[in-house]
Design a protein around this ligand. Sequence first.
Ligand code: MG
Length: 167
Amino acid sequence: MRIGQGFDLHRFGEGDHLMLGGVRIPFHRGVIAHSDGDVLLHALADALLGAAGQGDIGHHFPPDDERWRDLDGLDLLRRCHQLAASSGWCATNVDLTLLAEHPRVADYTTAMREQIAHCLGLPKDAVNIKGSTTEGLGAIGRGEALAALAVALLKPLEQTERDGGRT
Ligand code: MG
């Protein structure tokens, strides 16, 4: 088994929605980002790469590369899971924490878990999402940014799955 962790943070900016866990959430602000700014999926993608010994998303998907402008977070996650598979590993369970004063995401976590579970080929109970605030402290507490933490546990792929993953 392998374990990996990930972290991501984005500043709030102009906009009318957030993408979080692959779910569009109406909000009075957006985030400043080269991609869709989905902190949950970016942290999780880094956790997968970390567990597989594959570096980080900045290495594979450089933010100054126009190919990755507005990259969909679920597409990024899928690509990172494929990179992990190419090293012989696949996710077995993942645990995410969103750090934000607002929005409160309790109403959306079921949909997020479904999106991530589908993307990684996991049962829904292998994807956990928690929300936390920073008690009003720091940039997150002042509502200037939101961030996410992720941990992923990976298991070795069976040889047949490896062969299938390469096609
Ligand atoms: Mg990011």
